[in-house]
Design a protein around this ligand. Structure first.
Ligand code: PHE
Ligand code: ZN
Length: 897
């Protein structure tokens, strides 16, 4: 393997910085061929450094051309400093600085080439505009700096550029001056951000942009100007983001007492972006996919994603910006907490139980997979090679689950007291996860000592539970065993504090009052047991008949639960559990159990038969959905009717047989559609087609259930339904219905004869809308039929495909390798080879994207030995490339050892 991974950073090596930077004055001259950056930095010795006074100043910097360097008033000669690939050192500060080096200024002029920056980190060009991405370590590609989050500085930024091409020049904070340059074709603006911030929150934008403008009055009566900047063609797609932003601002005031603090809040949408969005102070930068929403061009899913991401970035203003991270090992301090905040926001704006179901389904298929693979790491990792690789589902989603557990353990009032204390105590500071937990403990009096293991230990804990009913004593015992499998670098685990929410149902489906042994009386019917030991038993009194246990309600902890349910128990829970989440979960467990058996049949070459109990379960849900009509939470019914996703089935298997998984799932979808065609038709017809489009939760739910029904009806093979689907495709007045119809045509057997024409028509209709074209790419890349890879290779040559645009890469290569399981895992290894070749090409262009893209290969342990070997071969090949990036190299080294 190449030695790009030589550098590992360890949490235990953390030291405060020897210097801090009180003020940062930046000056940008932007041209088509280069940019000149001048930085004036006021340094001061850090009183909290603790060590012996440093005589050396070490600044971070990468891919910069240094043109001039001054210390105080003195121009430094080449002999005064040392330039290395990622740093600039000034060894003899004391002799060079004017007043003995306690306070000094550095002036530095560097030259960079934004137009050639394809990594999309630092200052780069996205189509015709300039923009920045500094988190985590991108600022060092702009100028030499102490590019670490515990150095917080006041920024003043001047931007100069040609007026015609770049009429809009933005940076963080307030615009304090603007004018014309000496060259009358150029102009400038100066921005000042009054809040000290780490460099990763710096942002700059220059472009030919238009804006949607609005205002917001904060709870204390301050007026805030809101501006969303986009390219002119997208101005009609900003309303939903603006509405979402105002909702988020109000919600954060009401739920957390957090007010916005600047006079202006800006969002800019860019086409080329590695992630979803970025919370730069006062100037969020968004991937267009997370900001644009218009019913003609975006689906309901996109509307909900925009609402969630706008809120997420806005919430960072407090959880991330006002209180930031001391170092990147604390990343989940801001991300886990902020994901928890945005998911609660979405739950409040839409259906709470559906939001929970979706979050858990995602966590269990994606985060559990990460946690059992070679890249498993704790919510607070203890080392990394490349920090960009640690923006993971573990940091984000598992981190959010950990905060959710704290919020449940404390209850709403004490949790609010905890967050109030945290924000008050640490406003303006860069802190650690430990300080967050301390604030929670101090405000609530709840002991979280053992709970902290959730932050330190990686891997998904397993809860094995057995239930025993003692008829004579009228007792029910739950024997609980917890364990956690070994993960890289963590062979042995100590027990977690696992909050286990549960209830007991009597044979009539009623909730039994819960009295634990030793308690004088029952305490409610729904309780949280604190599981803290490797093995422990909970004894419930007054349980006359054998109950059915409803365990881990609401998914009260991110664990794997093992309990010996019979299919009948699960069917019973599906219809009787008072916990909506567990009703859904029982359905998933039932399907999972039956699908496993069918996979065995498939492998043994036996004929598959539709299990009666599954048919019955689906009939119950369908009947209920028809009866409940418009009153019901239709989105929840859609979730109840969905079979577990292939990605979840793969994660749940020890060794996944992708062909069997796919075949069985398709068999069940066909079988269920066939046996319930009349009920499904009733359901479909009971839901009115979309009239005037509305993006409220109720309309979204109706569309999702109706389109699910339509897909089953088309599957049943009747021509009328296929025609109806075609008509919906042609006549829909919104992208959700149109794309749902196109997906059915493209992915179903019934659509075989018509899908190509439909795809061509769709492209013709939407070729001018890049985000719609992405959808069009994905639909084809995820087509489960044989021959998909050839199709994907063709898509790569399509004029609309751009390898430099991350959204396009994700839509074609990412979708094929990450979602088209049968084709990616084709026994020939062609899918793996394809990813190998694409990843190598991409690594030279955009290492962050390349590193993310190879995730499917890192899951090799899940597959048979033949596939394992082929997957590892591709990983090694990728890792052996001359010039392999640190990003990709870390993943390869950790995955193949
Ligand atoms: N901090 C961003 C968020 O989660 C994500 C991000 C990380 C964006 C790194 C760009 C680069 O809100
Ligand atoms: Zn975030």
């Amino acid at each position: 393997m190449k030695d790009a991974t030589a550098r590992t950073t360890y949490l235990h090596d953390y030291r405060p910085p020897p210097f801090t930077i009180d003020s940062t004055e930046l000056d940008f001259d932007l041209y088509e061929t280069h940019a000149v950056v001048q930085a004036r930095l006021q340094f001061r010795r850090n009183p909290d450094f603790g060590g012996v006074d440093e005589d050396m100043l070490i600044l971070h910097g990468r891919e910069l051309v240094l043109e001039e360097l001054r210390l105080d008033d003195r121009v430094l000669e080449a002999a005064d400093y040392v330039l290395e690939e990622e740093s600039l050192r000034i060894p003899k500060l004391r002799s060079l600085a004017q007043d003995g080096s306690d306070r000094f200024t550095v002036y530095c002029r560097t030259r960079i080439e934004p137009q050639n920056n394809t990594a999309l980190e630092g200052l780069y060009k996205s189509r015709k505009m300039f923009c920045t991405q500094c988190e985590a370590e991108g600022f060092r590609r702009i100028t030499y700096y102490l590019d670490r989050p515990d150095v917080m500085s006041k920024f003043t930024t001047t931007v100069r550029a040609e007026r015609e091409k770049y009429p809009v020049l933005l940076s963080n904070g307030n615009c304090i001056a603007e004018g014309e340059c000496e060259d009358p074709a150029r102009h400038w603006t100066t921005w000042e951000d009054p809040f000290p911030k780490p460099s990763y929150l710096f942002a700059l934008v220059a472009g030919d942009l238009v804006s949607l403008d609005d205002r917001f009055t904060t709870s204390s009566g301050r007026e805030v100007q809101l501006r969303i900047f986009v390219e002119p063609r997208d101005l009609d797609k900003c309303d939903h983001a603006m509405v979402s932003l105002k909702k988020a601002m109000r919600w954060d005031e009401e739920k957390y007492g957090r007010e916005y603090d600047l006079d202006i809040f800006m969002i800019v949408a860019v086409d080329d972006f590695n992630m979803g969005a970025m919370e730069n102070k006062g100037l969020n930068i968004f991937n267009t996919s997370c900001i644009l929403a218009n019913s003609a061009t975006q689906t309901d899913w996109a509307f909900q994603r925009v609402e969630a991401v706008v809120a997420h970035e806005y919430f960072h203003n407090w959880s991330g910006n006002r209180v930031t991270c001391r170092d990147w090992f604390q990343l989940s301090l801001k991300e886990g907490f902020t994901v928890f905040r945005d998911s609660e926001f979405s739950a409040d704006m839409n259906s709470r139980s559906v939001k929970r179901v979706q979050d858990v389904a995602f966590l269990r298929s994606v985060q559990f997979a990460e946690d059992s693979g070679p890249m498993a790491h704790a919510v607070q990792p203890d080392s990394y090679m490349e920090i960009s690789n640690f923006y993971t589902v573990t940091i984000y989603e598992k981190g959010a689950e950990v905060v959710r557990m704290i919020s449940n353990l404390l209850g709403p009032e004490r949790f609010r007291a905890g967050t109030d204390l945290y924000f008050k105590r640490h406003d303006g500071q860069a802190v650690t996860i430990e300080e967050f937990v301390n604030a929670m403990e101090d405000a609530s009096g709840v002991d979280l000592k053992q709970f902290r293991n959730w932050y330190r230990q990686s891997g998904t804990p397993v809860l094995e539970i057995d239930g025993f009913h003692d008829a004579e004593r009228q007792r029910f015992e739950l024997r609980v065993r917890q364990s956690c499998p070994p993960t890289p670098g963590q062979e042995i685990k100590v027990p977690f504090h696992i909050p286990l929410r549960m209830g007991l149902l009597d044979p009539a489906g009623r909730e039994i009052p819960l009295r634990l042994q030793g308690e004088p009386a029952a305490v409610g019917k729904d309780r949280v047991l604190a599981v803290t030991q490797p093995v422990e038993t909970f004894v419930f009194e007054d349980v006359a008949e054998p109950p059915v246990a409803s365990l881990l309600r609401g998914f009260s902890a991110p664990v794997r639960l093992k309990y010996d349910y019979t299919p009948e128990d699960l069917l019973f829970l599906m219809s009787n559990d008072s916990d909506g989440f567990n009703r859904w979960n029982a359905g998933q467990e039932l399907a999972l159990m039956l699908m496993r058996e069918l996979q065995e049949d498939f492998r043994g070459g036996r004929k598959l038969a539709l299990p009666k109990i599954l048919r019955e379960a689906h009939r119950n849900i369908l009947a209920e959905a028809v009866d409940a009509g418009a009153e019901a939470d239709r989105a929840m019914f859609a979730e109840l009717l969905r079979l577990p996703a292939e990605s979840f089935l793969i994660e749940q298997a020890d060794i996944a047989d992708v062909e069997a998984i796919h075949a069985v799932r398709e068999f069940l979808l066909d079988g269920l559609a066939e046996s319930h065609r009349n009920l499904v038709a009733d359901l479909f017809e009971s839901i009115p087609a979309t009239g005037a489009y509305r993006a409220d939760a109720e309309s979204i739910a109706a569309r999702s259930l109706r389109n699910l029904a339509l897909s089953a009806l088309v599957r049943s093979g009747e021509k009328d339904w296929l025609e109806l689907c075609l008509r919906q495709f042609e006549q829909a007045n919104n992208m959700t219905d149109q794309l749902a119809a196109l997906q059915i045509l493209t992915h179903s057997r019934a659509g075989e004869g018509v899908y190509q024409a439909a795809l061509a028509q769709f492209h013709e209709q939407w070729r001018g809308e890049p985000l719609v074209v992405d959808q069009w790419f994905s639909l084809q890349a995820t087509r489960p039929h044989p021959g998909a890879l050839a199709q994907v290779r063709e898509l790569l040559r399509h004029p609309d495909f751009e390898i430099r645009n991350p959204n396009k890469v994700r839509a074609v290569i990412g979708a094929f390798c990450g979602q088209n399981h049968v084709n990616f895992h084709d026994a020939s290894g062609s899918g793996y080879e394809f990813l190998g070749e694409q990843a190598m090409q991409l690594d030279a262009i955009n290492p962050q994207i390349a590193a993310r893209l190879i995730t499917p290969l890192t899951r090799w342990r899940k597959f048979d030995s033949g596939r394992q070997q082929m997957m590892r071969e591709q990983l090694s090949r990728i890792g052996d490339r001359d010039g392999v990036s640190r990003d990709v190299s870390e993943i390869v080294v950790k995955s193949v050892g």
